[in-house]
Design a protein around this ligand. Structure first.
Ligand code: NAD
Length: 419
């Protein structure tokens, strides 16, 4: 059975392949993962018993470089979902023009119900099971929902034990002590800040443009602080408890302190509280959805006063919302690029590990900014050239890049023989 996520990833690939006039064989290659590894993972539970759960690692494409993508520990994850996410990673690394392909991993387990020792046993078991499928030049996992730097440190260590070779670049998102990169924690927010600033400038928005940030977690809170430091006015933020607004601009650092102390931004004193629906209808220039997938629906899109939406979250706008935004002529910078800062700094970590280097935070920040701005320029250019909104233009650009790489590799021997 094909999951909704996998189906929509394949629809995007199909539409782009049709527009590009790709031959059937190439479309077929892009629709199918190159390699799917399905495993049973035994781990030692706290009661001394051995339990077994299902896991997957999917390398969708290595045409542009080793597969790259996170590792999801979630009770409802399936092989199909992992395949869809791996396909999306191929598109993301191609839009970002990184020397990487796309992959993803998953284990059907609820990590919140496991102790740290159980999680370590599970992560090491999973790594042993997929050890032959991953590698620094083959497929490079990273953290995703339910996994963290600790899981990546265990994976790198277990891989070294299995192969006898300590190669830290086999996974990214590791702790600093275990060859992680500076700037990884704030990478998604820092990348999104560059994209927001450059897009706002392009649309002629004022330097103190009014911004709403929906979601105040790792991505949203850092981003709100960074945008305020740039001179933008963060007029509203929200978390799962609701939203707060101050038309003059919130003191983001103070809101962060409130959230740390009381668990929600809604406890912040001296500002007006709003519901999730009211938040989206507030006067503003820019909306940054940084909460969960599907948090902006068609009604929210219809009420929106922004002229720019920058998708920090993965899939924050529903399909219906996207149609409303397109009809209203609101510019949407899609997730595949706007949230690409995380995988870009993952790529930097992999490059540092391979070169046995450690880059400074300034160097990481500077290179990230360059990458994000170049990727955004490339996307605007592709959209203008093809007369498409940014989202479909991003898929077409990505499919074209992956297809060119596949074609170059598949057809190279024939071309050599013919010459
Ligand atoms: P997180 O769990 O740290 O934060 C999510 C935030 O959203 C929390 O503040 C939560 O309270 C809030 N939230 C939940 N439902 C909401 C709603 N209906 N309205 C408003 N707020 C709501 O997650 P994160 O790491 O910040 O990730 C956020 C999004 O960014 C996700 O879609 C994630 O896939 C994407 N993303 C994150 C990274 C990263 O490196 N952290 C990288 C790429 C993409």
């Amino acid at each position: 059975m094909t999951s909704g996520l996998h189906r929509s990833a394949l629809e995007g690939v199909d539409d782009a392949a049709a527009l590009l006039g790709l031959p059937d064989w190439l479309r077929g290659v892009l629709r199918q993962p190159e390699r799917t590894t399905a495993v049973q993972v035994p781990y030692r539970a706290g009661d001394g018993e051995v339990r077994v759960v299902s896991g997957w690692r999917v390398a969708h494409s290595t045409a542009r470089g080793p597969a790259k993508g996170g590792t999801r520990f979630h009770p409802e994850v399936t092989g199909e979902e992992v395949a869809g996410l791996a396909t999306l990673m191929s598109l993301k690394t191609a839009v970002m023009d990184l020397p990487l392909g796309g992959g993803k991993g998953g284990v059907a387990v609820d990590p919140k119900r496991l102790s740290a020792a159980e999680q370590e046993s599970l992560t090491r078991g999973y790594t042993r099971a997929i050890a032959h499928a991953i590698g620094v030049e083959r497929d490079v996992p990273a953290p995703d929902v339910g996994t963290s730097a600790s899981h990546m440190d265990w994976m790198a260590d277990e891989h070294a034990r299995v192969t006898g070779v300590h190669e830290p670049g086999v996974v990214t998102g590791k702790s600093l002590a275990a060859h992680g990169s500076l700037g990884r924690d704030t990478a998604t927010a820092a990348g999104c800040r560059c994209v927001t600033r450059a897009s706002a400038r392009r649309l002629g928005l004022p330097a103190d443009a009014r911004v709403i940030v929906q979601g105040f977690g790792n991505a949203g809170a850092h981003l709100a602080r960074m945008l305020a430091a740039e001179g933008m006015r963060v007029v509203a933020v929200s978390d799962s408890g609701g939203g707060i607004t101050d038309p003059a601009g919130l003191d983001v650092a103070a809101v962060e302190a409130t959230k740390a102390r009381h668990g929600s931004v809604t406890a912040h004193p001296g500002v007006a509280r709003v519901t999730h629906e009211e938040l989206l209808a507030l006067p503003c220039d820019v909306l940054v959805p940084a909460a969960l997938g599907g948090a902006v629906d068609a009604d929210g899109a219809a009420a929106l006063q922004a002229s720019l939406v920058v998708e920090a979250a993965n899939g924050p706008c529903t399909g219906a919302a996207d149609a409303v935004l397109a009809e209203r002529g609101i510019t949407v910078v899609p997730d595949v690029l706007a949230s690409g800062g995380g995988v870009t700094v993952s790529c930097f970590e992999w490059q540092q590990n391979r070169a046995r280097e450690r880059w400074s935070a300034e160097q990481v920040g500077r290179l990230l900014e360059q990458r994000m701005e170049r990727a955004l320029e490339g996307l605007w250019h592709a959209a203008e050239q093809r007369g498409l909104p940014l989202r479909p233009a991003a898929t077409v650009l990505a499919v074209e890049r992956v297809a060119q790489a596949v074609e170059a590799r598949e057809l190279a021997p024939a071309a050599v023989l013919a010459s």
